[in-house]
Write a protein that binds this ligand. Structure first.
Ligand SMILES: [Fe+2]
Length: 314
């Protein structure tokens, strides 16, 4: 599939070497390495902010891995932390568990998917370290160059790091919530682009933690809007969330006429998701992050955006 066809789906993949010179890239790589050292220490103390989990979810994993996490209790809920999430992923990864047991969680709930989301929000803003600040500043320069040339009129907004440790992954999902109408205020899209930057070096495809998206083989570059993107929702029951890791899901998609594409989360790569093109078709595309096979945590930076003048108009 060529890059023009991908762009029609809202998937834009850039190489920073097309935007900044070699000296800048050398310095940028240095900032990634230093920022990572700080993040590796700091992330151990991350919790998932305001997001709370209910008791059933925590009890499910307590039973599975045989450990007590009652110290995480806050009022009626639990506030998860790095240790809880990494204990769970380690248990699943080290015991090579392919499918989580039933029972103990409400029907149709998805403990693993919830765990992935909990991991996704184990984050830090990262502005308190000079290294992450430098990384942010340099990243913003790169992103601005990409935006100016490709998406004029868009501005970068707040950003945060997310933490994907060894054995972690993010379950298949699509981003759209509801009918998409809540994405607009006064007719203006609230987040025209979502930009992903990756402060990781020397990762290979084998290391995993790849951003993987699934596209119907019927897609020809012109029929983005008319394809049956609903497959994922219709077949959710066969893609039970209790199935661990990417293998079964990926095979199921292939069997049902999909191809998949992987993006390596490397510092030279910038993924820009266009939430507006073709009526926001990107929001329908099933995607996931594959298992992190590496000892190294895979970090990602989410940058929000808005249209110039958006805040003045609301
Ligand atoms: Fe997503």
């Amino acid at each position: 599939m060529n890059s023009q066809d991908l762009q029609e789906l809202g998937i834009n993949i850039f190489d920073i070497r097309d935007f900044v010179d070699l000296n800048f890239i050398k310095e940028y790589k240095e900032s990634v390495i230093n920022a990572r050292k700080w993040l590796d220490k700091k992330s151990k103390h991350c919790n998932n902010g305001d997001r709370r989990s209910d008791i059933k979810f925590v009890k499910y994993f307590e039973k599975l891995i045989g450990k007590d996490y009652s110290h995480l209790k806050k009022e009626n809920d639990y506030q998860l932390d790095y240790n809880f999430v990494s204990d769970c992923f380690n248990y699943i990864g080290e015991n090579n568990i392919k499918k989580l047991p039933d029972g103990g969680v409400p029907k149709n709930s998805s403990p693993l998917s919830t765990l992935s989301i909990m991991s996704d929000v184990l984050y830090t803003i990262g502005t308190e370290s000079k290294w992450t600040k430098l990384y942010y500043d340099m990243t913003r320069i790169i992103n601005d160059k990409i935006i100016d040339l490709n998406f004029p009129g868009v501005r970068q907004g707040p950003a945060h790091f997310n933490v994907m440790m060894k054995y972690s992954y993010l379950a298949v999902h699509s981003d759209v919530m509801g009918d998409g109408s809540s994405d607009f205020v006064n007719g203006i899209h609230i987040r025209p682009l979502t930009i992903m930057n990756y402060p990781n070096v020397n990762r290979t495809l084998k290391d995993g933690s790849l951003y993987r998206y699934f596209i119907p083989t019927d897609y020809n570059g012109k029929n983005a809007k008319s394809l049956d993107w609903d497959f994922f929702h219709k077949k959710k029951e066969i893609l039970q969330y209790k199935v661990v890791y990417e293998g079964d899901w990926t095979n199921e998609f292939i069997k049902n006429g999909y191809n998949y594409y992987d993006i390596l989360p490397d510092y030279k790569t910038v993924l820009v998701m266009d939430n507006e093109i073709n009526d926001g078709v990107f929001g329908n595309i099933p995607h996931m992050v594959t298992k992190n096979n590496s000892e190294n945590t895979r970090y990602g930076v989410y940058v929000q955006t808005n249209h110039e003048g958006f805040y003045e108009s609301v």
